[in-house]
Design a protein around this ligand. Structure first.
Ligand SMILES: [Zn+2]
Length: 435
């Protein structure tokens, strides 16, 4: 009897213990049923299907089902009147800044915190324009605002696109990404740690960027339009410096993208083994051969060329800038056409920060002017863009397992690519940022 009571008590105690213990629950899944009137899930095949549902579970595409399906376990998003495609990728932006007459004073008046606030705002503008991934190719010197923004977005503290960041651009002293045109003592205050001279010093500069946690390395192989110096657009970094940077970066798992306008600098950078050329204004048949031999990418940034020409004509650039803008700008569409016809791999990039943030999609119409079909222009900003950033198993198409990054427009971007300038819906990682 006594034993029975003890056993009963034990059972009651066990029950009490069990019921007060936290109940094991299967975590709730975040499910979204995106019902698309028209769907271009994989721009590489160009197939547009009608009345499809993209099922996004916990931020990733889980499946695509024919017809409009939904369930009580998730949210139904009605895009029956829209054209849905993967989130766009801009492989060349500068998120911390935007070209304006006062830029010249920013480096001596703005703190890194000011730049971070600018960048956070521009990141959101970019995301709402449909760009769910960007590569930031150069964000001032020494400051870590761009890295903080990248990490803040990844950890969900602030909204913005997925960012790959180059940190500070590596430049020869007096080269395109250095500071120019101030009196001596100001120049000393502003001296850039990412400026380097000679192969050893350029190895040091490359390693310093990598130790800061950058994703890629950006170099200036040639002069550039917007540096305030009449130093032209030809090669500035030596062959030996570029080879040292490429070797150092590749040994440490970082790819190298070279700003290059002049033909000598484009070809020297390709021979040094860079992974891609930005701008490429003066490229020729030899360059096209080198691009293909080295499996290097071209990011034409036609919008930057178009924009600086217009700014120069309107008298809003400094004299040294305007002169170079009038030389490089008119060449870029034709260079891109020849590279495209020559089979060079081309990724979409705008150099936004030169033009206004949020206007990135204006590049599509310029690519079409350079001979791309609208589908090819979309591929440059999706499947090709993803391949260019080494993210082609994560983004760029809406296959199962890929990120739930998708956008919608009302019209058909395959007949009028400028529809992409008016994105009506943005989802990144399963979260909706615009509807
Ligand atoms: Zn740039």
């Amino acid at each position: 009897m006594k034993r029975t009571i003890i056993a009963a008590c034990a059972a009651v105690l066990a029950f009490a213990a069990a019921s007060s213990a936290p109940v094991a629950q299967t975590p709730a899944h975040d499910i979204k049923y995106v019902q698309a009137g028209r769907l271009l899930a994989d721009p590489s095949n160009g197939r547009v299907l009608t009345e499809q549902t993209v099922v996004v579970v916990d931020g990733k595409v889980s499946e695509i089902r024919p017809g409009y399906v939904g369930g009580a376990d998730g949210e139904v998003i009605d895009l029956h009147d829209s054209f849905v495609l993967p989130g766009l990728i801009d492989s060349h932006v500068h998120l911390l800044d935007e070209l304006r007459p006062e830029n010249r004073f920013d480096d001596v008046t703005m703190s890194e915190a000011d730049f971070a606030i600018n960048g956070a705002r521009f990141a959101l503008v970019t995301l709402k324009a449909g760009f769910t991934t960007v590569q930031d190719l150069g964000a001032g010197d020494g400051g870590d605002a761009i890295l903080a923004i990248r990490d803040g977005i990844n950890t969900g503290k602030i909204p913005g696109p997925r960012i790959l960041a180059a940190g500070s651009t590596i430049t020869p002293t007096g080269g395109h990404a250095d500071v120019h045109g101030y009196r001596d003592d100001i120049l000393h205050v502003m001296a850039r740690t990412s400026a380097c001279n000679g192969p050893d010093d350029c190895r040091r500069a490359t390693r310093e960027q990598i130790s800061r946690g950058v994703d890629v390395i950006k170099i200036t192989a040639t002069g550039g339009v917007l540096s305030n110096t009449a130093a032209g657009l030809a090669q500035q970094m030596t062959d030996e410096e570029m080879a040292a940077i490429v070797e150092t970066a590749h040994r440490m798992g970082r790819r190298v993208f070279a700003h290059a306008h002049g033909l000598d600098g484009i070809n020297a950078a390709l021979r040094a083994g860079v992974d891609g050329i930005e701008h490429g204004s003066f490229l020729d048949a030899t360059s096209i051969k080198l691009f293909r031999e080295h499996h290097a990418w071209l990011v034409p940034t036609l919008l930057a060329g178009d924009f600086v020409m217009r700014e120069g004509q309107a008298g809003r650039l400094l004299p040294a800038q305007a002169q170079k803008a009038m030389i490089a700008g008119p060449l870029m569409i034709d260079a891109t056409r020849r590279a495209h016809e020559g089979g060079v791999m081309i990724a979409f990039g705008t150099d936004t920060g030169v033009s206004a943030h949020g206007d990135n999609a204006q590049e599509f119409a310029l690519l079409v002017r350079a001979g791309f079909t609208p589908l090819q222009a979309i591929q440059a900003a999706t499947t090709m863009g993803a391949q260019h950033l080494n993210l082609d198993t994560v983004i760029g198409r809406l296959n199962p397992g890929f990120a739930g990054d998708l956008i919608a427009v009302k019209g058909d971007p395959l007949t009028d690519v400028r529809q992409l300038e008016h994105v009506s819906f943005v989802m990144k990682g399963g979260a909706v940022y615009k509807r």
